[in-house]
Design a protein. Structure first.
Length: 339
């Protein structure tokens, strides 16, 4: 294809999307140099020149097309669970069809509203949802709504009814956090559960972009870990009880579990609690917590060890070792390991 013909296709937007995407692998400057060189050789062919501004505009249109496909594809996959939304596969397949037929559709066609007619009811909400795809906070709200709404079985319902309610709840929670220290943990923990990047979540909230502070960030980071630490301390308490370790009724473990399970505690109390908790568990690393978890599920094994302690360990060891030429294992060594 001649450079002049290519220029004509671009100006009239009759170039197919596959060829356009391949063409735009080159920089705007490089493309303009090619078109400008063609005009320089044949000064009369001024009607086929493509200016640098036109190339820039065409690149933007092509980018918008690719972005729209990605927006729709991710909306259907992320916010229309296939196990619940019975017609979502029709929408996904239509998006895939558009992706696969880029060599058969012209730029001019994808710019028409009719091209997206099948997705008309989801275009607006899918664009709005796109920036929140990675938000755990937003997803927690969405998952609660979609699980509780038995009518959410169609894509159109998700787009037109459910998602607007999700955004309304999201905006309400954002407003409430302007006075976050007064909030109860129970009002916030559900939606901050499993959040791993507090800064990224706050950046998405318009009301916090200029009002972030380190105390809030630290509080929310701790809040997102409450379920993890509740689970860990419950496992630790079980191990302590299994080994019949003497403890006072009001030790730090009891106090910690009471705080974590108290639905009336305020967000303003969270940081001081975790400071105390860290002081008490400073020597416990990840491997230690893994061991505690395993021991908490080993009731039978621990009972077996207790029975061994009550009998003559030497007979057990020597009985096993009769078939070995190695040195007998000392009874006190095994006893110490059990203890």
């Amino acid at each position: 294809m001649s450079i002049n013909k290519l220029g004509e296709l671009l100006r009239e937007k009759t170039i197919d999307m596959q060829l356009l995407q391949q063409l735009l692998d080159f920089s705007d400057e490089r493309l303009f140099q090619h078109f400008d060189a063609a005009v320089s050789e044949k000064k009369a062919i001024v009607d086929v020149i493509v200016s640098q501004d036109e190339i820039e505009e065409i690149r933007k249109l092509c980018g918008n097309f690719q972005l729209q496909l990605d927006i729709l594809f991710k909306f259907y996959n992320e916010f229309c669970p296939i196990s619940q939304v019975t017609d979502v596969d029709d929408y996904i397949q239509d998006v895939k069809k558009h992706m696969a037929s880029s060599n058969k559709v012209m730029l001019r066609e994808v710019l028409s509203q009719d091209y997206w007619a099948f997705h008309e009811k989801t275009l607006f909400i899918s664009r709005r949802c796109y920036k929140y795809i990675q938000s755990r906070f937003f997803r927690n709200i969405f998952e609660r709504y979609v699980q509780e709404d038995t009518a959410a079985t169609k894509v159109e319902y998700i787009a037109q009814r459910l998602m607007p309610e999700v955004f309304k709840k999201y905006d309400t929670y954002c407003e409430q956090f302007k006075e976050w220290e007064k909030l109860k943990c129970s009002d916030a923990s559900l939606f901050w559960n499993n959040v791993t990047d507090v800064n990224a979540e706050l950046d998405l909230m318009e009301v916090y972009k200029e009002h972030k502070n380190q105390k809030l960030i630290q509080t929310l980071d701790h809040l997102s870990k409450i379920s993890l630490w509740t689970k860990r301390l419950v496992e630790l308490e079980k191990v302590v009880n299994l080994f019949k370790i003497l403890r006072s009724e009001n030790d730090w473990l009891n106090k910690s579990l009471e705080f974590l399970k108290d639905n009336s505690k305020k967000l303003s109390q969270v940081n001081s609690f975790f400071n105390c908790l860290n002081n008490n568990i400073s020597n416990a690393n990840q491997e230690c917590w893994k061991l505690i978890k395993e021991l908490s599920n080993a009731d039978g094994f621990i009972s077996f060890l207790e029975e061994i302690v009550e009998h003559d360990i030497k007979n057990l060891i020597n009985g096993v070792d009769d078939h070995s030429d190695e040195r007998l294992v000392q009874e006190d060594t095994v006893s110490s390991l059990i203890q």
